[in-house]
Design a binder for this molecule. Structure first.
Ligand SMILES: [Zn+2]
Length: 443
């Protein structure tokens, strides 16, 4: 493993922030992060003669915890030093850690109490599809002119998953869909099947796994433990949760079957303020991954809550109303703890594509969504980890035939482009690697 020894000369707590982002940069290019205590090697500091200059503006943002993107990025999504040089390290630190979402007392949230896409710098600069961090890392690599840093082209990987919000509603959903089509034999068939075989959304999970297996993919099912309408502590309004009982025998049986077939399970955390472990305890089998229901996330609260729990992998960070990158980076990272000034210990795996963004928020037919999704995948064929969420009910050939077809088209595209799926097990190894790197550098 190659290395570029760096000498970072910055006041605390800036030192740790920049050390962190330098380690992420090294991981990005498969370099071994090494640090010099003597004034030798690549110099990173606030001064003009540094090899990589950090801006005083970044220093003041960190010291004063003033994270609003309107102050940070008034004209472009890039911090500049006082002499006009770009501050790529400071910028990447800010982007990677979702700092625009931190501590904003004036933030107007959306109807679920979430950080809304329209309030983001991605909306302002229309760059939600861009992996800005990778672009800036490339600029850093070029500017320190270490010829051996190469952008290797390796096929991207994909994390496929299904939030399980509904099971027993399949009778109502599919019955209604058949009625609308005036297909009365189908209505009868839906009712009979439900009586004889149980909810089709549960049985369908075997078909979901078949579809993946046929193309050599694996996926994860995220389960809700809270049922019915639950009041959100953030908006005081009720939010629908699941329509099934997590401890029911047939649910538990299905979860073990998922496991036996090499697929995986995770927690779909409720919007309630309950600790993660309380919900984890209600799932029969061991679970280490989570995605929040409604992608409900408030930062830094969410990160601190995950850190306190047994969750090792979190998949919650995507915009509900928009596809693309919520932290402008197309790979999983361990975020930085802004009160302890060191890395957390869980891996944050970004979410870029979700079915409901197109269907409910943009009200698009599947055919129209297909273009945006395939274009996005096309632009991220290499060096990225793309995560795709397709709810279990979207696989219903009666209620959502177009969306089922679209998902199959996506899998075809992935297979043809040699993009293979990554499991939670493999992501754990990634977490271990990153964690070792931070820990061995006292972060
Ligand atoms: Zn959900």
């Amino acid at each position: 493993m190659k290395e570029i020894p760096a000498y970072i000369d910055l006041p605390s707590p800036l030192q740790n922030c920049i050390k962190y982002v330098w380690i992420v940069f090294c991981q990005h290019y498969d370099l071994k992060p090494t640090f010099n205590t003597k004034r030798e090697g690549l110099k990173i500091s606030l001064s003009e003669d540094a090899d990589l200059q950090v801006s005083r503006k970044f220093s003041s943002i960190i010291r004063n915890k003033r994270f609003k993107h309107k102050n940070v990025f008034p004209n472009q999504p890039l911090l500049l030093c006082e002499n006009g040089k770009p501050d790529y390290l400071g910028t990447c630190f800010y982007l990677l850690n979702y700092l625009q979402e931190y501590n904003d007392p004036d933030l107007v949230t959306d109807e679920y109490g979430r950080f809304p896409f329209k309030a983001s710098y991605q909306a302002k600069f229309e760059n939600v599809e861009s992996d800005l961090v990778s672009d800036y890392f490339r600029k850093i690599a070029e500017s320190i002119s270490a010829g051996f840093i190469k952008d290797r082209k390796t096929a991207s990987r994909v994390f496929l998953s299904h939030d399980v919000d509904t099971i027993t509603s399949s009778l109502l959903h599919e019955g209604k869909a058949a009625l609308v089509q005036k297909d009365f034999p189908l209505v009868m068939q839906v009712i009979l099947k439900h009586i004889l075989e149980g909810p089709s959304y549960l049985n369908q999970m075997d078909r979901i796994m078949d579809i993946h297996d046929k193309q050599g993919f694996k996926s994860t099912f995220f389960w809700l433990v809270e049922r019915g309408r639950r009041k959100s502590p953030y908006t005081n309004k009720p939010v629908p949760h699941s329509d099934y009982r997590i401890q029911k025998k047939r649910i538990i049986k299905k979860q073990y079957k998922i496991l036996r077939r090499g697929f995986e399970n995770g927690l779909h955390k409720s919007v309630m303020k309950k600790p993660f472990n309380e919900e984890l305890d209600r799932i029969d089998l061991p679970v280490i991954g989570n995605r929040n229901h409604y992608l409900f996330v408030r930062l830094p609260h969410h990160f601190n809550a995950v850190e306190k729990s047994d969750i090792l992998l979190d998949f919650s960070l995507g915009f509900g109303r928009m596809y693309g990158h919520r932290n402008s980076y197309g790979r999983p990272i361990i975020p930085f703890n802004m009160s302890k000034y060191k890395a957390y210990s869980f891996l944050e795996v970004p979410l870029q594509i979700m079915d409901t963004t197109f269907k409910f928020y943009h009200k698009l037919p599947a055919k129209k969504a297909e273009k945006s999704i395939i274009d996005f995948l096309e632009n991220h064929r290499y060096n990225s980890l793309i995560s795709i969420l397709w709810h279990n009910d979207m696989f219903s050939p009666i209620k959502n035939p177009g969306w089922l077809r679209l998902y199959k088209t996506i899998l075809d595209y992935l297979r043809q482009n040699k993009i293979r799926s990554i499991t939670q097990k493999e992501l754990l190894e990634e977490r271990e690697k990153q964690l070792t790197s931070f820990r061995s550098n006292f972060l």
